[in-house]
Design a protein around this ligand. Sequence first.
Ligand SMILES: NC(=O)c1ccc[n+]([C@@H]2O[C@H](COP(=O)([O-])OP(=O)(O)OC[C@H]3O[C@@H](n4cnc5c(N)ncnc54)[C@H](O)[C@@H]3O)[C@@H](O)[C@H]2O)c1
Ligand SMILES: O=C[C@H](O)CS(=O)(=O)O
Length: 493
Amino acid sequence: MLEMNDNPLNLNDPDLLRMQGLIGGAWCDADSGETLEVKNPATGEIIGTTPFMGEAETRRAIEAASAAMPAWAGKTAKERANILRKWHDLMLENTEDLARIMTIEMGKPLAEARGEVAYAASFIEWFAEEGKRIYGDTIPEHQNDKRIVVIKQPIGVTVAITPWNFPVAMITRKAAPALAAGCPMVIKPAELTPYSAFAMAVIAERAGIPAGILGVVTGDAPAIGQEMTSNPIVQKLTFTGSTPVGKLLMEQCAGTVKKTSMELGGNAPFIVFDDANLDEAVEAAIASKYRNSGQTCVCANRMYIQSGIHDAFIEKFSEQVKKLKVGNGLDDGVMQGPLIVEAAVQKVERHIEDAVAKGAKISLGGKRHSLGQTFFEPTILTGVTQEMTVASEETFGPMAAVFKFDDEQEVITLANDTEFGLAAYLCARDIGRIWRVSEALEYGIVGINTGIISTEVAPFGGVKQSGIGREGSKYGIDDYLEIKYMCIGGINS
Ligand SMILES: NC(=O)c1ccc[n+]([C@@H]2O[C@H](COP(=O)([O-])OP(=O)(O)OC[C@H]3O[C@@H](n4cnc5c(N)ncnc54)[C@H](O)[C@@H]3O)[C@@H](O)[C@H]2O)c1
Ligand SMILES: O=C[C@H](O)CS(=O)(=O)O
């Protein structure tokens, strides 16, 4: 257990570390007083606790959001934008503390955590402005005594359930468009990473976001989810997480016909053609595969390397993977932190064992790191085939599964052979091939000669069982609006 002094995480601003939920502007414990422990995955130490809340607390947060909405939606878009801009500015001013909290509660290296804070803040900046551009329409009338006007209005009270792997950015990617549109939002972050969410709420209060507009509840996820999906006050649920949980939440929302946005699981193919720039392809592959220790929804999960470049790619790729420094994310130069929990390590081990049993070779790594805890060696498997579990399941760890292929149509078929469709990547120089393959890939996002596709200005989201809707970009605010058609008669009377 960390020494429970007044600044156990050694923050510049200790007030950012909260261990209570936020309901109607009040920081509070669970009604039962029960809590869950929160651990540092790098050390196994207990950092602190988070409230074990359930349906009653969630209902109160939803009701507080509903009560606060008229005044918030009644502000002008510019007034909301000014407050959101202040939230953005204060986030950046508190980057070091937000990054430190993130690294301690989920393990990503500080450099990546700082990057996530900037990425998260960019959604607030973007949607503060998008809120001022929620335009309607006038439509040429169908009868001369009528006029047609279309307006867009905030959808209503919204709720969000978010994952542990990007504990700040997955909140702002949802809360920013919701609040910019005039909607309140009640958030349930992952119980593994509550402190990032609480710190964001503290900063939101300081920015002037009114009581009730942003609520945070943690604890009994199924019970909280049950209230969020069944309460008739809630008009919209947005979820980021695994596909099985997304399906469950969609089913639960059906009873009250709630609008949903789903950012779900992935199984990204990373394709390198013979004509690719080899060094560029290796750089892109490292970035896509090992970011967040392989724990992102858009990480390369299957690496298809064309036969003519395969051996040269493996040699250069291995050289770079060997340079990945594994350790506690707080330490200088660390590029690979721990996996989030023991079960995540067991999943990587399961994928490796299955692949090797079916003929794959461990080219690098392949086992738990000597640091212990949930650290794992950056790993490369070669000779991987579609029959292996890693071809159909998201590994969510620092393990590159390398397949060899011969021709373009073969690899398109292999790449699309999955129920997922979030991100795909290809490295090539021939412009005709780039267009043919990009158009044939059944994914919401295609990275071409790059492994990093994340930006607030572009629409992020998947097809097939990777989700519904888009986050970020000019499209992202639409999910928090309803279209109203007004037919005005009596013009000539
Ligand atoms: N598409 C994206 O943008 C995106 C981003 C990050 C993670 N993910 C996906 O999320 C998964 C990893 O994250 P995870 O392990 O946190 O996912 P998860 O689905 O286990 O958990 C996500 C969130 O759902 C909550 N939850 C779990 N069961 C619930 C229930 N019955 N009712 C209500 N809430 C419930 C969790 O507490 C957490 O807050 C991976 O599949 C990854 O691909 C997708
Ligand atoms: O894990 C999923 C995140 O959406 C990753 S990203 O940083 O947005 O690409």
